[in-house]
Structures are given as structure tokens and as C-alpha cells.
Design a protein around this ligand. Structure first.
Ligand code: PA5
Length: 443
């Protein structure tokens, strides 16, 4: 394998699993029908074009790396952000060097979490990043000033060098706040939405601050970009993923499972679940589109979800993700009476368990796809991120869904504002009626 990422459909196909168990070639061809010339289709629409352009623009990665390199020494990087403004930082943390600063993502207003962070961290060894494309999100705009005050009360004006804000270029409360206080500001391109923003400063700045080279992330994404425009699914991993999922969904498989093996790949699950869930869960003529994404993790979920996947409802498509792992510590030979794994490296165990799980699914006629990464490193993760983003864009096209909006999320944000402030008044009135409904505890 020379590419950073390879998609294998073998165990998803009828021809391997048995007729009617997996995906037929005819169903894949049907899913691919709208394909045509992908490059011109992508360029037709600004959000698609902006997403693909990210991989070729070295500027934001250079700026992020330069800012991180010129900061005062730090052992902790606190990211205040939520949803698409937080999940990619967690993905990049998992491949960060162990001796670099620790990442703390605050995507909550839970009082104990915020208080404990302020109690535990040394402000003089902390960088604080506030990340919000809209610059208005409740959780971020409420928690950031608390952490900012904590940093400022300990360091005075020296705190300024330790704070950066990432937001959209249009006016917003967060932007105004950052400008007034002289914080470093990084722009999110207007046409790139939250869950598509991992390769903008939203992901690149935290990555740089914890020792992951943002240029290496982009190098992998640039390779993926080229492949994601190829016309054939054999050459185009995004198209392969989209077609397989679309075909599976048409056959009633409305649950998608992402199952990475290895701790460095584990945070891919929640990131991917948001991308798939929020992008595709939309109305379509005659019903609603979308699959339920389930983020699994190996080997732990062999002892949790696997039973359901093998003998529960046959409505799922599983995608394994793995990367070659170092052999690591070897199980002592002296443990002969304890385990048949004696003499084997833990890396070999991990690989064996993934293969065994894939086999167990296949033997039960349950389809799975395998994504092999060249390594659990920045270029491969950059390739994974862009490939899945493009897969969701293609999948949305196959479904007739706009993968970029999120009206459901917006309604939730507005309702939270109405609960807290009584504005907008019409929404607050609806909430009052909702609240006044008699409580039903038994029928
Ligand atoms: O994908 C999305 O658009 C959302 O999940 C947002 O990322 C999330 O709501 C946070 O929004 P913002 O970055 O504006 O604070």
C-alpha cells in the first residue's frame, strides 16, 4: 500500500458474503449513478469548492505553526469550543507526541469540569484557545470569559500572549471581544462549516500547539484531495465509502458503525459520528434521510457491541479503521499457564483481534469495510479527515440532501437562548407552553 489510506470493500460484498447478504455490484452501480465529472460538480458550489481548497492552502498551517512556536512555554492547551469546533482537536491530540503539552477540550458548561480545570492547571503554563465559527455559541462564549479571567487574574497583561481566538471573519461577539483585547485572531473561511473545519485553524491551531505538524496534516489531505476526484471507486476512497453506505442504506442498513482499532484512532469515532449524523440527517421527499452513526472502539467493543452486531438486527454496516502498530511490549513467556498470547507483542494482538472481529462479522453474513491507514500519523489522519468529509458530500448528493446546513442544531441553540433570556419572544412563548404541559408519569 503506497497511499496514506486504502478502502477495502471485500467483506461488504455479496460476492464474498453470499448472495443477498452484502452489497451487490448492481446496488453500488445504482448508488454511483449521479457521479459524472466530480471535479466540475465540486467546483459548482462554494462550500464544496472551499472544502477541497483547504488541502492546497498552506497559509493557515504556516500561521498556526508560527503562532504556536512563538508562545511562552506551555504544558497545557485549553480549547473552548463545541461540536465541529472541538472534535477535530481531540482527533489530533491522539497522534500528538507524548512529551508535548496536554490538551483539555472544554465542550461543556458543566460547572465541576470548568472549576476543576481552573483548580488543577497552572495559568503560567497554559495556552487558551477559544474556537467558534459563529462566535455566538452559548457554551463557548460563556466558558471562555471564565477561563480568560482566570488566566488574566494570575498573569495580568502577560495573559494576552497565551490567548488566541478562532472564528469566522464576519462581525460576531467573539470577534469583537478578541479585537478589543488584542488577542491573536485566526479566521475560519466563511464557506467552511463546523464539521468540515478540521483543516482550517479550528483544527490546525490546536494541533500545532500540542506538537502535531499542521503542514503534515495538510500533506495527507492534499493526497486525499487528488484521489477523491477520481471517477472510479477503485481509485477514489471517498466515492467508495459513499457508494457502499448508500447501497447499504437502500437495503435497509440504517446504522453505520465506525470501528477503529488502537487508542490513537479512537477519537476518529466521535468526530466521524458528528460529520455523518449532522450532515445527512435531513428531510428528503417522502421521508427523512440519514443513518444512525455508532462510534465503536477495538478491542473494547468486542466485549460490548459485537454481540449486537453479529446476532442483533441485521441493519448495520461496519467500517473498521486500522494502522500498522508497533509490536510494543511482549507478553512474558513465563505466563504460559495464564495466556496463549505468551511471547506475542501487544501490537500483534491488536491486529489479530481486528481480523478476528472482521471474520466473526463476515461469518455471520454481516458486511464490513476496512480502511487501512499507512500509519497513525499526521499525514494519514489528514487524509482520513478529508476523505470522510468528501465521502459525506458524495453521499449527500446520492441521497439528494444538502450536507452543509444544520437547522436542527440551530433550533437547539435558539431554544437554549430563549430558556435563558426569554428572547426571541415567540420561541420563549412556545417553550413556556411546552413546559406547562401536564407531567405524565403513568398511563
Ligand atoms: O458542524 C457544525 O456546524 C456545528 O456542530 C458547530 O460546529 C457547533 O454548533 C459549534 O458552532 P460554532 O463553531 O459556531 O461555535
Amino acid at each position: 500500500m503506497t497511499a496514506r489510506l486504502d478502502v477495502e470493500l471485500t467483506h461488504a460484498l455479496d460476492r464474498t458474503l453470499g448472495a443477498g447478504r452484502g452489497l451487490s455490484e448492481e446496488s453500488l452501480r445504482k448508488a454511483l449513478r449521479p457521479a459524472g465529472d466530480l471535479a466540475s460538480w465540486v467546483e459548482e458550489e462554494p462550500q464544496r469548492a472551499a472544502l477541497l481548497a483547504l488541502a492546497l492552502d498552506a497559509g493557515p498551517a504556516e500561521q498556526a505553526a508560527a503562532w504556536a512556536a512563538s508562545r511562552p512555554p506551555a504544558q497545557h492547551v485549553v480549547v473552548v469550543g463545541i461540536g465541529g469546533s472541538a472534535l477535530s482537536a481531540r482527533v489530533f491530540e491522539a497522534i500528538a507526541p507524548e512529551d508535548g503539552p496536554h490538551l483539555h477540550v472544554v465542550d461543556t458548561v458543566d460547572p465541576a469540569t470548568v472549576q476543576s480545570l481552573m483548580g488543577r492547571l497552572d495559568p503560567g503554563a497554559t495556552l487558551l484557545l477559544a474556537i467558534s465559527k459563529s462566535g455566538t455559541t452559548l457554551e463557548t462564549t460563556a466558558v471562555f470569559p471564565l477561563l480568560e479571567a482566570w488566566l488574566r487574574s494570575a498573569l495580568g497583561d502577560d495573559a494576552v500572549a497565551r490567548i488566541a481566538v478562532v472564528c469566522g471573519p464576519e462581525p460576531s461577539p467573539l470577534r469583537t471581544h478578541a479585537e478589543a483585547r488584542g488577542y491573536a485572531l485566526f479566521d475560519v473561511p466563511p464557506a467552511v462549516g463546523g464539521r468540515y473545519s478540521a483543516l482550517t485553524p479550528v483544527g490546525l491551531l490546536p494541533a500545532a500547539c500540542i506538537g502535531v505538524d499542521p503542514r503534515a496534516l495538510l500533506a495527507g489531505a492534499a493526497e486525499a484531495r487528488r484521489r477523491c476526484l477520481e471517477p472510479l471507486i477503485a481509485d477514489n476512497p471517498a466515492l467508495a465509502l459513499a457508494a457502499a453506505h448508500r447501497a447499504a442504506e437502500s437495503a435497509g442498513r440504517r446504522v453505520a458503525v465506525l470501528w477503529p482499532y488502537g487508542e490513537a484512532l479512537k477519537p476518529l469515532g466521535p468526530w466521524w459520528a458528528q460529520l455523518v449524523g449532522e450532515s445527512l440527517g435531513k428531510p428528503v421527499s417522502g421521508g427523512a434521510a440519514g443513518v444512525t452513526p455508532v462510534a465503536a472502539s477495538g478491542p473494547a467493543d468486542q466485549h460490548s457491541l459485537l454481540q449486537l452486531l453479529i446476532e442483533g438486527p441485521d441493519d448495520k454496516l461496519t467500517v473498521f479503521v486500522d494502522a500498522p502498530s508497533a509490536s510494543g511490549p511482549v507478553v512474558p513467556e513465563q505466563a504460559a499457564e495464564l495466556t496463549f498470547a505468551r511471547g506475542k507483542g501487544l501490537g500483534a494482538l491488536l491486529a489479530a483481534e481486528r481480523e478476528a472481529t472482521e471474520y466473526a462479522l463476515a461469518r455471520s453474513g454481516r458486511p464490513s469495510i476496512r480502511i487501512r491507514l499507512a500509519a497513525a500519523d499526521a499525514p494519514s489522519i489528514g487524509a482520513f479527515v478529508l476523505t470522510w468529509q468528501m465521502a459525506v458530500v458524495y453521499w449527500g448528493r446520492m441521497l439528494g440532501v444538502d450536507p452543509f446546513g444544520q437547522p436542527g442544531v440551530t433550533l437547539g441553540k435558539q431554544a437554549a437562548q430563549a430558556v435563558l433570556t426569554g428572547e426571541p419572544a415567540d420561541l420563549a412563548a412556545k417553550l413556556a407552553a411546552h413546559r406547562a404541559q401536564p407531567r405524565t408519569r403513568s398511563l
